[in-house]
Write a protein that binds this ligand. Structure first.
Ligand code: ZN
Length: 269
């Protein structure tokens, strides 16, 4: 069983418009080719012809029992209608988490403006995911996406379940401390590479992830994710395969932690 907790159906090559169904077909095909049983689709902090809204994605995936939605939240642009929609979707179980984009938008995770969102996440018991580390775009401001800032949020909201995306890359050491210290913090290994891992980079990241597990202990906090289509699914599985870890620990990362955290019913896959 494999659960990918971090995929997108945004179109990152904006030279042409790709339909939502075309993007979903592509995701399904990639999952099939790589034996991925379930994926979470994370929507963006912005909506345009290349980035579908949470509503569009929720509607579009209704026929799929192997996809779930994590709703992107905009710090700068959300309004009361978005809050109503998100609370409605949480109530109905249509979304499995909330995703925030510090760095891409200028805010720290413990910003008071998101108090309501965090309270909703606690009430409906869904995790909140944070973009962390490098920003794909040079226009991002990385002081906001440093994983150290997750610690404030984790301490102030001990009941909130928090995922540091991309293990805070390149600040993986900071991420491992935040995860080690706070029992309510998890990390996903998505988006470490654009496309395929090179051999050299794979060796480098293998060491980093193994070091994290040596420091922070049994990987009950680590989640498998790719950031597809930014990273390649096949290359990611190869990366997982060469980690020096016992099989039962790999199972935790590949699906068990995710199934529990996001309440994914694995008997339906
Ligand atoms: Zn992503």
């Amino acid at each position: 069983m494999i659960i990918d907790v971090h995929t997108h159906i945004n179109n990152y090559h904006e030279d042409r418009v790709v339909s939502l169904n075309e993007s979903l077909d592509k995701l399904s095909q990639n999952m099939k080719d790589n034996n991925i049983d379930y994926s979470l689709v994370l929507t963006s902090y912005k909506v345009n012809e290349h980035r579908p809204s949470t509503k569009q994605v929720v509607e579009a995936i209704k026929g799929y029992n192997n996809l779930g939605v994590v709703s992107g939240i905009s710090y700068l642009h959300y309004n009361h209608r978005d809050v109503i929609e998100i609370s409605d979707y949480l109530e109905k179980g249509f979304i499995k988490g909330l995703k925030f984009y510090p760095g891409y938008e200028p805010f720290y995770p413990n910003d008071i403006r998101f108090k309501l969102m965090y309270e909703m996440a606690i009430e409906y018991d869904v995790p909140v995911m944070f973009h962390s580390g490098d920003t794909y775009a040079p226009t991002g401001k990385i002081k906001y996406s440093h994983p150290i800032h997750i610690d404030d949020l984790a301490v102030d909201y001990p009941e909130l379940k928090i995922v540091i995306c991309h293990v805070g890359n390149p600040w993986i050491k900071d991420c491992m401390e935040v995860v080690y210290k706070n029992k309510n913090v998890y990390a996903d290994i998505s988006g470490l590479v654009l496309g395929d891992f090179s051999d050299k980079f794979e060796r480098y990241m293998k060491k980093e992830i193994e070091e994290m597990i040596t420091y922070a202990g049994d990987p009950k906090y680590l989640l498998y994710g790719t950031d597809w289509p930014i990273s390649n699914m096949k290359s990611y599985l190869k990366f997982m395969g060469q980690l020096d870890l016992a099989d039962e620990k790999k199972e935790l990362i590949l699906w068990k932690n995710a199934a529990e955290l996001f309440k994914i019913d694995t008997s339906k896959q």
